[in-house]
Ligand binder design. Structure first.
Ligand code: FES
Ligand SMILES: [Fe+2]
Length: 341
């Protein structure tokens, strides 16, 4: 369905997901003590398994016997994963090691496994065409490996199509939504470029209030926004802060947000931000995230009501983002409707 802006291509709010990228599936800091985590990327359900040795694996989240989710029915027993329905067991490599009552059948079964990497505190999986693994690189997140930065990771669900949240992130003209947490004022779009995969936007903003207090920066500042499907980067001109986010589509109207805000150490002293961490995390970023979530869920609600996008977007950055999403998902996996847990 065309939107009202004259783009006669597929409806961006119904675009699927391109699985031929590295997607973050878990963060080491918040990994469950059970060693098992179920995640969804589009219609694909994945199980992240952490063996007692600390070694991670990513499998399809389905027992090959009856297709129950191992994130719900699995238990870590010794170094293995056991399905609690009939007791089948699997090694950390996904090989079936026991089929109680049917000795000798183990070799016929295994868990489907996916390529995995660890970088920036996340566990990443490649759920797409395995022949494309080598041609796809992980995103480069400069502060993730720079000890001069303090990371504040955050994750959570939002009930909207991933395009809404991506537009929200790349559009700096909505700072007033954030009220006392307003991170900047009077943005001006200085430059915009895009291609089939990426959008680069450069904004000038004034007096980043929250940040000014922390980094002593006043007056005008430039912020570079990069959307390199499916990764979002926001960087301040002088490197004082950096935001990296991935909006993982979990259905046609829901996403799981993986993000980390990196702050450069104030005066080069690490303990200052360590001390401020709870305040920044709970007092600021989660509130900002909640304000954005409320707005984009409202946008999704309007779409659901009219079954089309009647919005009148004025920021050219958002249109560039839509074009990238359309291009990237021309041959993508469709997103399922939200299904009850
Ligand atoms: S369903 Fe998992 S062992 Fe039977
Ligand atoms: Fe926002």
């Amino acid at each position: 369905m065309p939107d009202r802006q004259g783009d006669f291509m597929q409806d961006v709010r119904r675009c699927g997901v391109n699985l031929d990228y590295w997607w973050p599936v878990a963060h080491e800091r918040s990994f469950p003590a059970t060693g098992l985590l179920g995640v969804r990327i589009g219609a694909l359900e994945l199980l992240v398994f952490r063996a007692p040795t600390g070694h991670y694996s990513v499998f399809e989240d389905a027992c090959p016997h009856k297709r129950v989710r191992l994130s719900r029915f699995g238990e870590v027993v010794g170094s293995e994963l056991m399905c609690s329905y009939h007791g089948w067991r699997f090694t950390a490599q996904g090989n079936c090691s026991l089929t109680p009552g049917f000795a000798g059948l183990e070799a016929k079964f295994c868990l489907k496994s996916y390529p995995l990497r660890q970088y920036g505190g996340w566990i990443w999986a490649f759920p797409g065409d395995p022949t494309r693994v080598e041609e796809r690189a992980l995103p480069v997140i400069p502060p993730a490996t720079d000890p001069c930065y303090h990371p504040i990771p955050m994750e959570g669900p939002v009930h909207c199509h991933f395009s809404y949240m991506t537009e929200n992130a790349t559009d700096l003209f909505h700072a007033q939504l954030h009220k006392s947490q307003q991170p900047w004022a009077n943005p001006v779009l200085l430059h915009l470029e895009s291609d089939d995969r990426s959008v680069w936007a450069l904004y000038e903003v004034e007096a980043p209030r929250l940040l000014a207090a922390l980094i002593g920066q006043r007056g005008k500042n430039r912020i570079r926004v990069t959307y390199e499907y499916p990764y979002f980067h926001l960087a301040s001109e002088y490197g004082a802060f950096y935001l990296f986010v991935v909006y993982v589509p979990t259905s046609s109207t829901s996403i799981w947000v993986h993000s980390t805000f990196y702050f450069r150490h104030v005066l080069g002293i690490p303990w200052i931000l360590r001390l401020l961490h709870p305040l920044l995390d709970q007092g600021t970023f989660r509130q900002v995230f909640g304000q954005d979530r409320r707005a984009v869920e409202e946008e999704q609600r309007a779409y659901n009501l009219h079954q089309q996008d009647l919005s009148r977007e004025t920021n050219p950055v958002s249109h560039a983002v839509r074009q990238v999403i359309r291009q990237q998902t021309l041959a993508s996996s469709p997103l399922p409707e939200r299904i009850p847990e």
